[in-house]
Design a protein around this ligand. Sequence first.
Ligand SMILES: [Zn+2]
Length: 342
Amino acid sequence: MSRVIARPTQLDLDSPGRRDYWVALEHDSIWGDHLIPLTVWVGPEVRSGEGLVAFGSNHGNEYEGPCALKGLLHEINLEDVRGRIILVPVLNPSAFRAGTRESKPDDGVNLNRAFVDGAGVIPSLSGITHRIAAFVRNYIWPRVHVVLDLHSGGDVARFSPCASFHPVEDPELSATIEQTARWFGVPSVMIYQNATPGLLPSEAERLGKITVGTELGWGRSVNPEGVRYGRQGVLAAAIHQGQLKGQIEPIGYHLAGTQRKLEMVDRDCFTVAPFDGHYEPLLECGTAVSKGQVVGLLHDFDHIDMPPWPAVAGVDGVVLAQAWVAPVPRGQHIVVVGKLIS
Ligand SMILES: [Zn+2]
């Protein structure tokens, strides 16, 4: 396999065949480029405006997605591809190489907040991270109708693995999105608030694409179960949305019929740290809780004799996430409880 370094304008994402690229976007500081690995397979039934894209490393310290997609580069055979499949195991090489959530060595921007008006176009929004967003907008969005954005908790939160999406108005699209999420096999599918500006998945949803995000692990490690869920979700979506031949069987909680559907829209789902402290979880993520139940304790070691502050569940539901790194700043959501819908 030879991987070609190419400017975005030199990419061929449309002719039949498989092509492996390093997409070169100009470096902010040195004479050089940031190189984004991108592999495209185009089959005989490809349709204009349709295809599947899966991204890893939107954030640079989340590793299940990159591992799952890197593995699939060797698993997907061109002769099985019907439409168009684009895999980008590392969407943000600056953040990934630094092992940080944001593009720390360069512009310091969080790629999953960079999908804003003028990204990569107006001079104040032209650092590498906004230019990656612009690349996705200009070259990927016009060619896909399925968007999978594989995240994990990084340093922020430990998770019960989930596949997530925002509420969308079109009922048919909404049902397809939920099914696509369920096929990851994860313990929970999660509907979350859509108030955060600049998210990659929010833009894909606004464009009417079948869009699913995930949280497949945490702690800057690789959760083997998370990699398995990631691989499964991408293959299932590719097959069910007509881009790949073959059959696939459900796995995990999807197979067992024990998947939970959670909603995380209400502010009450989030328990906010009232002071800088150290967080001690008392329960595992994935535990069912009732409103007011103590999930963890926030300690103030400057007031060592003071009892800890009890972090309680704000709603009845399931503990979806908790702070991972023990020292937490005031204002962090240290407990997140999803409301059980079904
Ligand atoms: Zn992330």
